[in-house]
Each structure stands twice: as C-alpha cells, then as structure tokens.
Design a protein around this ligand. Structure first.
Ligand SMILES: Cc1cc2nc3c(=O)[nH]c(=O)nc-3n(C[C@H](O)[C@H](O)[C@H](O)COP(=O)(O)O)c2cc1C
Length: 167
C-alpha cells in the first residue's frame, strides 16, 4: 500500500517518520558510560552509525528527556556495545525502566574506563569528539579509541520488533 503525504511545505508528522523508520533495519547497541560515582550506566540505542574513517568517528543520538543527558555531556567518553543475536533479553533490559541493568549482565571496564558488555559482537570505546543539536535529541560523535570484536549473529531491529539477523 502506498501512502501519500499531504503538503510539500510542512514537515511530516512525527508519527509518520517513526513508522517509516521502522522499515529501516538496524542492528542494536547498548551505549554505556561510567558516571562520576564510577557506576556504569547504559541504554539500548539503534541510532548508532559510522561517520568518518579517518579520523575514526561514529555517532548516536540521545533523547533530550533522558535524565542522564548531562552525564553523557560531561563524561570522558562512552562505549558502544554492538549486541549479538543471543543478547535480546539484555537489549530489552537496557530499555526498560526500574531495573538494575548491570545486575546479571556480564561486563567489565575497558582500557579507557568505559563499561564493556561481554560477549557482544563488538565493543567500541570512544572519547568525545563533538556534540550537536539534533532537535529533540542530542547527537554525540565519538572518536573510536579501542575495538574488541567477536564472530556471531547480530541482534536486529525492524518494524518495532527486536529479532536476530542470520549473519
Ligand atoms: C530498540 C530500541 C532502540 C532505542 N534507541 C534509542 C536511541 O537511539 N536513543 C535514545 O535516546 N533512546 C533509545 N531507545 C530508548 C532507550 O533505550 C530508553 O529510553 C532508555 O533506556 C531509558 O533510559 P533511562 O530509564 O535510564 O532514562 C531505544 C529503545 C529501544 C527498545
């Protein structure tokens, strides 16, 4: 079914953008950061992408309503954990409210002090490169300082559902 959008002069409704972006298949990441109290924090993120190879830059965006926004803005960096197909429960846990996300999650501090989730497909430790206004989100660009990766199938997100990519 083809849907036509009304006016060329007005941007589309946010619900229409949300729906159409559901048709863009992505992997699933958990972005983590160490707070000033040395405690780990993390959330499930699909807005991750690469930006530049030289220098090696990646980006992701954080909802401005997230109360950890100032922590990410002041942090010495963050890590992007690219989640494996058998880690969908963790992807759900790190998007759900009111739970101790790192409890029963196998993780360690990386070389640059950021929390790395073990058995993820990859862990990228980043230091801050730039931060941009992205409407109701803040775009964080990080310079990748260290990479670990494993082989395996990937967690995927499509049409509002978490699933597995056969790889
Ligand atoms: C598949 C999926 C992708 C998500 N991607 C993002 C994202 O790119 N940016 C973001 O700010 N929140 C994203 N979220 C929502 C956050 O994970 C969720 O709001 C966050 O965990 C709330 O954290 P808090 O309880 O610490 O505020 C996503 C959630 C899911 C389930």
């Amino acid at each position: 079914m083809t849907k036509n959008y009304p006016s060329p002069d007005q941007p589309v409704a946010s619900a229409d953008l949300r729906n159409v972006m559901g048709y863009y298949l992505t992997g699933v990441t958990i972005v983590t950061m160490t707070g000033p109290d040395k405690k780990p924090y993390g959330l499930t993120v699909t807005s991750f992408n690469s930006v530049s190879l030289s220098p090696p830059l990646i980006l992701w965006s954080l909802d401005n309503r997230n109360d950890k926004l100032p922590l990410f803005q002041d942090a010495g960096g963050f890590a992007v954990n690219i989640m494996a197909a058998d880690q969908l429960a963790l992807c759900r846990k790190f998007a759900a409210a009111d739970n101790d996300r790192f409890l029963n999650c196998d993780w360690c501090f990386g070389k640059y002090g950021q929390p790395l989730i073990k058995n993820a497909l990859a862990n990228l430790e980043c230091r801050p490169w730039a931060e941009y206004d992205g409407g109701d989100h803040t775009i964080f660009v990080g310079e990748v300082m260290s990479i670990k990766h494993n082989r395996g199938k990937a967690a995927a997100f499509f049409n509002g559902k978490l699933g597995q990519h056969e790889g």
